[in-house]
Design a protein around this ligand. Sequence first.
Ligand SMILES: NC(=O)N[C@@H](CC(=O)O)C(=O)O
Length: 433
Amino acid sequence: MSAYLLRHASLLGETVADVRIADGVITEIGTDLDPGADTVVDAEGLIALPGLVDLHTHLREPGREDSETVETGTRSAAAGGFTCVHAMANTDPVADTAGVVEQVWRLGREHGWCDVAPVGAVTVGLDGERLAELGAMADSAAGVRVFSDDGRCVSDAVLMRRALEYVKAFDGVIAQHAQEPRLTEGAQMNEGELSGRLGLTGWPAVAEEAIIARDVLLAEHVGSRLHVCHLSTRGSVEIVRWAKSRGVDVTAEVTPHHLLLTDALAATYDPRYKVNPPLRTADDVAALREALAEGVIDIVATDHAPHPSEDKECEWAAAAFGMTGLETALSVVQHTMVDTGLLDWAGVAERMSATPARIGRVAAHGRPLAVGEPANVVLYDPAASRTIDPRDAVSRSRNIPYAGLELPGRVVATFLRGRPTVLDGALVQEVAA
Ligand SMILES: NC(=O)N[C@@H](CC(=O)O)C(=O)O
């Protein structure tokens, strides 16, 4: 394997140093290192961060390969600076057995663009009626630690309690998609004055908040670990803040799109802006940003949800929920959190690498940039900017909500265990496991 010398990289945006990568690890950090026979990567002006970790990606394989595959989704992830993604279980068949999670995990290894940690379903077929074989998925080669019915809520309180209790045996976590189903029947967008005006069925904040409130109490009651997917309201932030102040073992995520976009976009009736949970108000966006800065919300997770054009290019009510996001996540976080002064790059590394790796129990990722650590590294140019064009997408799907928007930054290089998956801003074609 080739060795690389990253020359003049700004480590977490703090100190500038040369970083030597060889045999899959960081072997040396210093100034004026001798390149010897190493391939030199000019990192002048670039920020070096630990490889990003996404706790919430939809890779769609098996079953919906028309929208994404493990290969196309992990290429998209590498292009966005990710070295590990957690693949959600709402595939077809559902990832509710050891067989399916092992298949997804193996495909990730074979393609070699980034590590894939499969998420196991909480209930069989995501039907919310019977617990899936959580233990068998945990014991499988995939070593599943995150379980979620994402796309659906585990709305039955008894099942949720049992799931929380069960995963304690193997240090697992339940990642809840908090959506009270009865309160969101037919819901299309955030409930408010605008939904009334547009004639679209409203999705009240309380549908999310009621489940989060119940679940933090359940997690406290059984002494288990709870993760809350894609927080979208100010009220949700307040409940998580309260739970943490009581010592409940709860973590929470926010998506890049909920940090940037508001429900006002629904007025376009353009289904690109249709997502679950829905885009909320500017006041909610402000609360989410503050909570992420403060640490009440622990991480950014993309909820990359690719859909083929036929599921999006139709009238709003008929369109699928979801947006892609792997390739723009870091840019949106720079725009909303760093350029606004809410977060520094060390804070970004914490929220997009170290903490998601810890929640998902992927030990080789989210490590500090230090000698002896696995060389999972991203080099990012914060001074670059680009106008988003869906035709540039690496993902198989183009349902990106930022089309035409100018966003800062560019991923220049991604290294997975010392092997570049992206160099000079382009995917390295001969990548192989
Ligand atoms: N987040 C989304 O809007 N979509 C997700 C699942 C979901 O509906 O939550 C998807 O799988 O497409």
